[in-house]
Design a protein around this ligand. Structure first.
Ligand SMILES: [Zn+2]
Length: 466
């Protein structure tokens, strides 16, 4: 390796086991100006900051493609500062924020305003999804893409409040100013434009007509599961996959939760549909059996289902059919969760535990190095960042996570940096801990404590294919 390159390094991570494009290697990581310059045996140069990673893993920062910052809109739940503090503490160096903030991100101007707000608070890098409404136009999608949107999200069955510019999960029947939810017709109408823009189309895959048919008051967790049958997921995936297939739009299924949904997706993939799948740690680690322990902390939509569903999803991940693990980080105010099962808000924080839970799961599957593929490599490809993030290699951003593989973490509220501290993974004991986290070479967290100032940047997708 040339000495001129290493001589200019301003940061060198030495002695760790580094997850590289060739797999794990004992190598030193040289960083200059926030970018990785070389991987070699050279142990650094005068003036460089040396990070001692002996006995530790050095992993590419996670890219959580599914978070809800709640900002702007719901400061009592979360904001961009607290969400990215949690991300930093957990080794998530890039977050891609969902568009159902208020005002919803349905046009370029809204995205630009949200980006300006996020830049003032973000401790890690961030991207922004745009929203598809039933009335969205091709011009609006084009504007969002030009403004840097990562792609587009359609919430099947979620209405839109025109006065508040808000996506509504459950509108009251008499609500005025409501716009109809996006449906399969919306997807078919806009998918050709999405395909031309070369960005992913993300769906919340629960068929609204099935949810309506099974809607009921819920007292027990079994009743909650019965009110949201897995067929709702399977049907939505098959319908959207047919549209993706004929239009060429890349369909990304958010938070896959069921064996039936996975089976539907696999049949669509084998028939040639351009489809990628994401699931979340809560669906891979929990089942309905955990409700008696966790209560409403594990209420979310789609719901955590049965042990058989969990096993199918773990198998789909192990086989590589499911490529991406993201969190659907969705905090609420404690008062919104401390209600009956029927009335409690749906959603849990999760961004801080993404890496730890995936490392534990990968270890249980016999190959800990799968974790960076699920949370970093595959997400980078999905959101058009594989030229700059998702790998530890020369030319890539120095988004680095130093992990101690010999010290366990007990997930508990006191460690959490999110505004909502109780989560669905409370009590989990992954056999790893996150020591230090760097975003473009800057230390952003050390042993769970955030460091430095908010200097996160917005990332824009490269259209060079995914
Ligand atoms: Zn979500």
């Amino acid at each position: 390796m040339s000495s001129t390159r290493t001589a200019s390094a301003d940061l060198v991570v030495v002695g760790g086991t580094v997850y590289t494009l060739d797999g794990p290697r004992k190598v030193n990581v040289h960083v200059s100006g926030g970018v990785i310059t070389s991987l070699d045996e050279d142990s650094g140069s005068a003036g460089a900051r040396i990070v001692d990673a002996r006995g530790a893993y050095v992993l590419p920062g996670a890219i959580d493609v599914h978070v809800h910052s709640r900002d702007p809109g719901f400061p009592e739940k979360e904001d961009f500062g607290t969400m990215t503090a949690a991300a930093a503490a957990g080794g998530v160096t890039t977050v891609i924020d969902m568009p159902n903030t208020v005002p919803a991100v349905d046009a370029a101007g809204v995205l630009e305003a949200k980006s300006a707000l996020a830049r003032r608070k973000a401790r890690v890098d961030f991207g922004l999804w745009g929203l598809i409404r039933s009335t969205s136009t091709e011009e609006q999608l084009q504007g969002l893409a030009q403004a840097g949107a990562t792609g587009f999200k359609a919430y099947l069955g979620y209405a839109f409040n025109l006065a508040r510019k808000q996506v509504l999960y459950s509108p009251n029947p008499g609500d005025a100013d409501l716009e109809a939810p996006p449906d399969y017709g919306t997807l078919l109408r806009l998918a050709p434009a999405v395909a031309r823009l070369g960005l992913p189309l993300v769906i919340h895959a629960e068929d609204p007509s099935i949810l309506t048919a099974f809607k009921r008051p819920v007292e027990t967790y079994d009743e909650l599961l019965a009110s949201r049958p897995p067929e709702a997921e399977a049907v939505a995936i098959l319908a959207a996959a047919a549209i993706a297939s004929s239009t060429g739009a890349h369909l990304h299924v958010a938070h896959l939760s069921s064996a039936a949904g996975l089976k539907a997706a696999e049949s669509a993939i084998s028939a040639g549909s351009p489809l990628s799948l994401e699931t979340c740690p809560q669906y891979l680690l929990l089942s309905d059996q955990d409700f008696s322990r966790l209560g409403t902390a594990m209420k979310m939509f789609p719901p955590v289902r049965t042990i058989a569903d969990r096993a199918a999803l773990v198998d789909g991940l192990a086989r590589g059919v499911i490529a991406v693990v993201a969190t659907d980080h969705a905090p609420h105010a404690d008062t919104d969760k401390a209600k009956t099962l029927d009335e409690a808000a749906a959603g849990s924080p999760g961004v801080q535990t993404l890496y730890l839970s995936c490392l534990e799961l990968a270890k249980q599957l016999g190959d800990v190095w799968r974790a960076p593929r699920w949370v970093s490599e595959a997400p980078a490809a999905l959101v058009g960042l594989r030229e700059s993030k998702g790998a530890i290699a020369p030319g890539f951003d120095a988004d680095l996570v130093i992990v101690d593989p010999n010290r366990a973490t007990v997930v508990r509220p006191a460690l959490m940096r999110s505004r909502q501290r109780h989560g669905a993974l409370d009590g989990l004991e992954p056999g790893f801990s996150i020591k230090e986290v760097y975003v473009r070479g800057e230390l952003v967290a050390s042993n769970g404590v955030t460091r430095g100032r908010a200097s996160g940047r917005m990332v824009r997708p490269s259209r060079a294919g995914r």
